[in-house]
Ligand binder design. Structure first.
Ligand SMILES: N[C@@H](CCC(=O)N[C@@H](CS)C(=O)NCC(=O)O)C(=O)O
Length: 225
């Protein structure tokens, strides 16, 4: 088996900690018991080598031997190819899991990301566009609520689809957007109670806390966003 290496930032500000998307992959690898290493790239300076792996200068990316993969969905699919714990072999169940993986990233996450951008811009103005966006999100959550009221996981057993969907919904929950959606909230609670999630989340928090300490120990250096 070739070696799996997950690359994330060396440091990030407080706000995204616990939500940086490398967590989707470390969570998956913990679920599957796959060995992996973590490498880092500077948050403040994005090199050409960084863009060669992730064309938007973002993280995470995953290397599997000589193969380099970016986009969390693509990486989850790649890991699914390594373990039936993550993606079932049965064609019908596999298709269901892949469909829900895309639904998380293509139908639900696009409704949540603009809200995060408004939040970071400290913009709470109820413009017509913003109202449309809220309605779009409510519609997506309404449908997810119906789906999740009838099942524990999206495609039979827990799969990469749940890693993506729970992570997308977890961010919405953070900002109170799941208040009227008890089944979605219960789903997020179920997902984040999994030992693999707890291990990956703890490791991410410790990684950035250690980065703070390393920065503080550098003479004259102070963390800045
Ligand atoms: N669609 C990408 C999104 C990656 C992404 O948004 N990465 C964030 C961290 S979670 C990032 O690198 N942000 C810093 C930046 O955009 O400069 C994926 O799912 O992998």
């Amino acid at each position: 088996m070739t070696e799996l290496t997950l690359t994330t930032f060396d440091w990030v500000p407080e706000f995204p900690r616990g939500y940086v998307r490398d967590l989707r992959l470390s969570w998956a690898m913990e679920e599957a018991g796959l060995a992996y290493r973590i490498e880092t790239v500077p948050f403040h300076e994005r090199s050409e080598a960084h863009f060669a792996h992730q064309p938007f200068g973002q993280v995470p990316w995953l290397t599997d031997g000589d193969i380099s993969i970016f986009e969390s969905g693509a990486m989850l699919l790649h890991l699914g190819g390594r373990s039936e714990t993550l993606l079932p072999a049965d064609p019908a169940r596999r298709s269901a899991a892949v469909s829900w993986l895309f639904a998380a990233l293509n139908s639900v996450e696009p409704a949540s990301l603009p809200l995060l951008i408004y939040k970071l811009a400290d913009d709470a103005e109820q413009t017509p566009g913003r109202q449309r966006l809220d309605a779009f999100l409510q519609s997506r959550l309404g449908h997810m609520e119906q789906v999740l009221a009838g099942r524990d996981w999206l495609a039979g057993d827990f799969s990469i689809a749940d890693i993506a969907m729970a992570d997308v919904l977890r961010l919405l929950d953070r900002f109170g957007h799941l208040a009227g959606y008890p089944a979605c909230r219960a789903y997020v609670r179920r997902a984040i109670a999994r030992p693999a999630f707890i291990k990956a989340h703890t490791a991410q928090m410790e990684h950035f806390a250690a980065a703070d300490l390393a920065l503080a120990a550098k003479p004259g250096a102070a963390a800045s966003t």
